[in-house]
Design a protein around this ligand. Structure first.
Ligand SMILES: C[S@@+](CC[C@H](N)C(=O)[O-])C[C@H]1O[C@@H](n2cnc3c(N)ncnc32)[C@H](O)[C@@H]1O
Length: 213
């Protein structure tokens, strides 16, 4: 991750949750609970941000949250969770974990801000065990042509609303058909649920993949 990108997240860490609540609110609790994590599971939270997911992991699970921003991690340290939590500063494009280390991985609002989402998924496939669950909750391109038009407009103006394209690769037109289905990565699609909304910022997807490496 570029130093300028880290600085942007470091500076925005304190206000991050307020902004998310106001503009990009997609509930996470039901999704995380539906993943049916079991005590003893080692779960990678990639990336953890300010730790909004942490309260929803069940007791007895071991959650390792990584993020490239120190200040986002400092906010995450304030969160309570019934799970065992470990937080590490790390770039998702190059994870410092051995192969087959985790039982599962969860990515919430992650892929849409990465420079190279395919590389990140490759890394997650490497560090998770065969047949493990990889769960994605993220923004995505709407299947409603009217909403998609708005998303195209926002994407075009991303720079003006604070997402300088060369620093933060925010993509409201995240296309999972292209990213996952046509990627050639060893992934099986267990479920793919799209949340349509007239708010172009709240069009989301919940995708559960199985690592078939
Ligand atoms: C939109 S937030 C999502 C955080 C959290 N999962 C949530 O749902 O609130 C994006 C996060 O990605 C982190 N990030 C961006 N690029 C990264 C990278 N290459 N490696 C690790 N973290 C990165 C930022 O620091 C920020 O905390």
């Amino acid at each position: 991750m570029k130093q300028e990108t880290k600085t942007i997240y470091d500076k925005g860490a304190e206000k991050y949750e307020e902004v998310m609540r106001r503009y990009w609110h997609v509930p996470k609790k039901p999704f995380i609970e539906s993943l049916d994590f079991k005590p003893g599971d080692k779960i990678l939270s990639a990336v953890v941000g300010t730790g909004l997911d942490l309260p929803h992991f069940p007791q007895g699970t071991y959650v390792t949250g990584i993020d490239a921003s120190k200040e986002m991690l400092n906010q995450a340290r304030k969160k309570h969770s019934k799970a065992w939590i470990e937080l590490k500063e790390m770039d998702l494009h190059s994870l410092n974990f051995p192969d087959n280390y985790f039982d599962a991985a969860i990515l919430t609002f992650t892929l849409c801000v990465l420079k190279d989402p395919v590389k990140a998924i490759q890394e997650i496939v490497r560090v998770t065990k065969p047949n493990s669950k990889i769960a994605i909750l993220d923004y995505c391109k709407s299947r409603n042509p009217e909403t998609e038009k708005w998303q195209e407009l926002f994407n075009y103006h991303a720079e003006n609303i604070g997402f300088p394209k060369d620093i933060i690769a925010w993509d409201s037109l995240m296309d999972y058909d292209n990213l996952i289905y046509d990627s050639g990565l060893p992934l099986e699609i267990k479920s793919d649920f799209r949340i349509e909304s007239e708010n172009p910022f709240s069009t989301a997807c919940q995708i559960i993949l199985i690592n078939k490496k």
